[in-house]
Design a protein around this ligand. Structure first.
Ligand code: G6P
Ligand code: ZN
Length: 615
């Protein structure tokens, strides 16, 4: 750590440059901006929207105004991001407001970088967990750059996303704000290495900025969770090979720290592991479409089927998104759906030391649109399973149930179809956790296999299907649809649900539907939190069939322009017919997909022939 720098002197200099005199709090007049309502994970907009004068300031002031003043005063908050364009500028602005609003200390990762799970770890673990909360600057898996997306979200003391009571209060406040407080004379600090800066304030204790190592707290936590020597031994095998793609996001520094420095893997195994403001022009979303280079290298086509290059592919491949909370798991010529990945990790929880030490896995949770693959594992293990709305924040209460006066449900493993997997070690989903969990599973299966006979990802997945059956799964996304068109489609589906509930069939071709398979429920998903009783309604429309198949329709809560329609399609295949377990996904799901398109009339409502992305 560079020695504490104390800057003082005369009066009134604006940043950058050394500060002369104490910080001065300015009250800056402003007017509300429309649409500052945080979505599934914070406020996400085009960067240009955030660059408007006062835009970010309004939101951050509204955030500070929504927190209990006595707790905010003198508190420590974490401020960092995924390194996308506008990150450093936003960090400086937030520090100016933090200083003016009485925050005591700000922790910033070197380079302004912290992955979302690492930020959660810093809030929970650093100095024994003294941080009051954290501001994470990221639009996650959305592209970055002057014409792309930027985002901000607030995490609370437990390291997880702020609950809706807080985000609603913030939004409320943004609609009436008329002034924000900022220390405009706070100089920009050097974020390039760990350091401590102290700035005098007139009526408060000094304002402290600490630039902290971005991997140390998080790495220490992962070392508690996993058996590092065991994974390192697996990676040293001559027949083992790995490739990790950070998609030019913030996962890069963590990949270097873990794979190269801890496990001794060669840097040639790392793809796109230098963070870039624009993600090198890419779309940092780890799926078959956007992680094209990795997918090809793993011997896969973009449909997730094996390509002719399969033979030369590495044994294990993985990618993370812009802020490193999402993950995609691949084997040689094998794509593991996020829903299967969740189920397989739950089935193997005993191979992860963290769970053993904590007395074993206590419960499991998945978001509603995530496939039911994990349900079958939970049932067999006798674990309670929770089905929550989309959004990681809904898992937080389950993880902290015992702190909220309920029975202990943690440690638990949670997952979402949207490439999110994690556990109660932090309060965010965690891309690198998922990768290390998979490496633990591989290490476990290969404890005794001789060199040359390595059991790979595909074998593990196949064995899982043979035991539990397979949930064929696909998701169709229609991005940037006109919001009114999307709303009309939803209204049509709700009408369908109503008719089905009243009369036993929907308005369109009931015969066709019931001919194909028995439809048992059509409803709009609503969730009552088992811990605090809060209700989240309008969480997607479900068509549930007798055989466990499902079609789900939902509007995304994370887009930044127009509406995104998601259609989730799932078909369960029992384990007794082993040929039927090895079908191509598109073939296995074709009839259900057709049905989904017909019921929803998505083509008619949106004028779109085909989805933007299929995952
Ligand atoms: C983010 C959230 C996830 C959520 C995903 C998709 O990654 O953290 O919890 O599942 O977005 O959300 P959406 O509303 O776009 O379907
Ligand atoms: Zn993300």
């Amino acid at each position: 750590i560079v020695d504490a720098v104390r800057l003082r002197g005369g009066l009134g200099h604006a940043a950058p440059g050394p500060l002369e005199g104490p910080l001065i709090v300015s009250a800056v007049p402003t007017k509300p901006f429309e649409g500052q309502k945080p979505g599934t994970s914070g406020l996400r907009k085009k960067t240009k929207v955030f660059q408007q004068e006062h835009y970010l300031e309004n939101f951050v002031q509204s955030l500070f105004d929504s927190l209990p003043p006595e707790e905010l005063l003198g508190s420590t908050i974490v401020v960092s991001g995924d390194g996308r364009y506008h990150n450093a500028h936003a960090i400086h602005t937030i520090c100016q407001l933090a200083a003016a609003n009485g925050v005591g200390r700000v922790w910033i990762g070197v380079g302004g970088l912290l992955s979302t799970p690492a930020a959660s770890a810093v809030i929970r673990e650093r100095e024994g967990g003294v941080a009051f909360g954290g501001i994470i600057l990221s639009a996650s898996h959305n592209p970055g750059g002057p014409d792309e997306d930027f985002g901000i979200k607030y995490n609370v003391r437990n390291g997880g996303p702020a609950p809706e009571s807080v985000t609603n209060a913030i939004h409320e406040r943004t609609t009436t704000i008329s002034e924000y407080k900022s220390c405009l004379n706070l100089p920009r600090v050097d974020l390039s290495q760990p350091a401590r800066y102290e700035f005098e304030r007139r009526e408060a204790a000094p304002f402290v900025v600490e630039v902290v190592d971005n991997t140390e707290d998080y790495l220490a936590l992962l070392k508690q969770a996993f058996d590092f020597p065991k994974i390192a031994a697996l990676l040293r095998r001559g027949d083992m090979s790995l490739v990790f793609d950070a998609m030019s996001g913030v996962a890069g520094p963590y990949a270097h720290a873990i794979f190269v420095r801890e496990f001794g893997v060669d840097t040639s195994a790392l793809l796109n592991c230098v963070p870039s403001e624009t993600f090198d022009g890419g779309h940092p979303d780890p799926n078959l479409e956007y992680a094209a280079t990795l997918v090809a290298r793993m011997g896969l086509t973009k449909h997730g089927t094996p390509s002719p290059d399969e033979v030369d592919a590495p044994v294990f491949g993985a990618a993370a998104d812009g802020d490193a909370d999402r993950n995609m798991i691949l084997g040689r010529g094998c794509f593991v759906t996020p829903s299967d990945s969740l189920a397989i990790l739950v089935a193997h929880a005993h191979t992860i030391p963290w769970f053993q030490r904590e007395g074993g896995l206590k419960s499991v949770a998945r978001s509603m649109p995530t496939s039911g693959a994990v349900d079958r594992v939970a049932e067999q293990l006798g674990l309670p399973l929770f089905e929550t709305p989309t959004g990681w924040k809904f898992f937080g209460n389950l993880m902290d149930a015992h702190l909220l006066g309920k029975e202990k449900l943690s440690p638990l493993i949670c997952g979402e179809e949207s490439f999110g997997t994690g556990s109660s070690h932090v309060r965010e989903k965690d891309g690198l956790w998922a990768v290390l969990a998979w490496l633990s599973v591989l290490a476990h299966h290969n404890k005794k296999t001789p060199e040359g006979a390595l059991i790979g990802v595909h074998e593990i997945v196949r064995e899982h299907w043979q035991r539990y059956g397979r949930n064929y799964y696909t998701r169709y996304d229609y991005e940037q649809v006109d919001a009114a068109d999307a709303a009309r489609m939803v209204a049509h589906l709700l009408e369908y649900a109503k008719r089905f509930q009243e009369e036993g069939y929907g308005p369109e071709s009931p015969q066709r539907l019931t001919d194909m398979m028995a439809l048992s429920v059509v409803d709009e998903f609503s969730y009552t939190d088992p811990i605090d009783g809060s209700v989240a309604s309008k969480q997607g429309i479900r068509f549930l069939f007798d055989d466990g198949s499902r079609i789900v329709f939902r509007l995304s809560g994370t887009g930044s322009v127009g509406a995104t329609i998601r259609i989730y399609i799932e078909k369960y295949q029992r384990p007794d017919d082993s040929d039927a377990l090895e079908m191509e996904v598109a073939v296995a799901l074709e009839p259900l997909v057709e049905l989904a398109l017909a019921i929803s009339k998505v083509r008619e409502f949106t004028g779109r022939d085909r989805p933007t992305v299929i995952t």
